[in-house]
Design a protein around this ligand. Structure first.
Ligand SMILES: Nc1ncnc2c1ncn2[C@@H]1O[C@H](COP(=O)(O)OP(=O)(O)OP(=O)(O)O)[C@@H](O)[C@H]1O
Length: 296
């Protein structure tokens, strides 16, 4: 077993890693730990672990670290383990993991192998990105892109709320043209292509999502403007976003998002809470699912 540790993820992460290692030691396991030095490093470390024949590679960080380890494991038989140390840890909540380091260690030691299907996003410059929980385009991606990382470290998820309020008066909500399974699906001010039911922690966004199956739920925010975004932000912790007027949730096997007009501003995207490229983007299933260690 190899643990890929992102020292920049979440708060109190080194202490939480230490607790997990102590618990693993008590269970007779002494995994190798490698630290990431920056973005993309976890992909390289996980891919090298696969070449060395390591059967379990653990992402110790948040959703961004999980997505990078997943990309490194793609196409292999190695199982992904989770040690949630991030800020939002949405995939861990989605899969029903207990976030305490000792409980996570127990799953690494004796969990059952399940599967999750990630999504693949392809950008116009030829770059691509695997995501495990969601890809956002529009307002939420703008918030992620502008987020001050020092603030995120100090305040955790509250930093997103503050940054969201700061972006409300400046973001212009350029319209996004949405294509679902090859058919036009109209315009939206913001879109979240979700693999899971949850968003930004434990908040319900896409009730029909099934992470263990291919395909996506596409959450369309048809209404733009500060008022609609503020309403969505207020509805999120109440789990009421899917019921808001102007919000639609559509099942998809492939999605294309593009600026509706060539004259509009560049529209940002985020994947699993990290800034990614700008629109246009195409989203599809990868060739196969990922093996993942789940609670018994
Ligand atoms: N040593 C490092 N220094 C700075 N950034 C790093 C380092 N190693 C990895 N990263 C980047 O940090 C990004 C954010 O980490 P991650 O998503 O795991 O934590 P988080 O944002 O706190 O958690 P969550 O996504 O659950 O809110 C990763 O996608 C990765 O690209």
């Amino acid at each position: 077993m190899l643990i890929v540790f992102n020292p920049a993820a979440g708060a109190g992460r080194r202490r939480r890693l230490g607790r997990a290692l102590a618990a693993l030691g008590a269970l007779g396991l002494t995994p190798e730990v490698l630290e990431t030095a920056g973005p993309g490093d976890a992909i390289r470390i996980a891919a090298a672990a696969v070449r060395r024949g390591i059967g379990q590679v653990v992402a110790a960080g948040g959703d961004g670290t999980i997505a990078e380890v997943a990309a490194g494991l793609e196409g292999s038989a190695a199982a992904l383990g989770l040690l949630p140390l991030g800020t939002a840890n949405v995939l861990a909540w989605e899969l029903g993991l207990n976030l305490a380091p000792e409980a996570a260690a127990q799953v690494l030691a004796d969990g059952r192998a399940g599967v999750v299907w990630p999504g693949r996003a392809r950008f116009a410059d030829g770059s691509q990105r695997l995501f495990v929980q969601m890809l956002g385009a529009g307002f939420d991606a703008q918030v992620v892109a502008r987020l001050d990382l020092g603030l995120k470290r100090r305040l955790g998820r509250a930093a997103y709320v503050l940054q969201g309020l700061a972006e409300l008066p400046r973001y212009r909500f350029p319209p996004i043209a949405v294509t679902i399974d090859g058919q036009p699906a109209g315009l939206a001010a913001s879109v979240i292509v979700s693999k899971g039911r949850l968003y930004a922690g434990r908040h319900l966004l896409a009730p029909a999502a099934r992470p263990a199956e291919p395909g996506f739920q596409v959450v369309l925010f048809r209404r733009g403007g500060a008022g609609a975004a503020l309403l969505a932000g207020a509805a999120l912790p109440l789990g009421l976003v899917p019921r808001l007027p102007g919000v639609a949730c559509i099942a998809a096997r492939s999605v294309r998002l593009a600026p509706a007009s060539a004259a509009t501003d560049s529209i940002p995207t985020q994947a699993d809470g990290d800034p990614t490229g700008s629109l246009p983007v195409s989203v599809e299933d990868p060739a196969g699912p990922l093996r993942i260690l789940l609670p018994r």
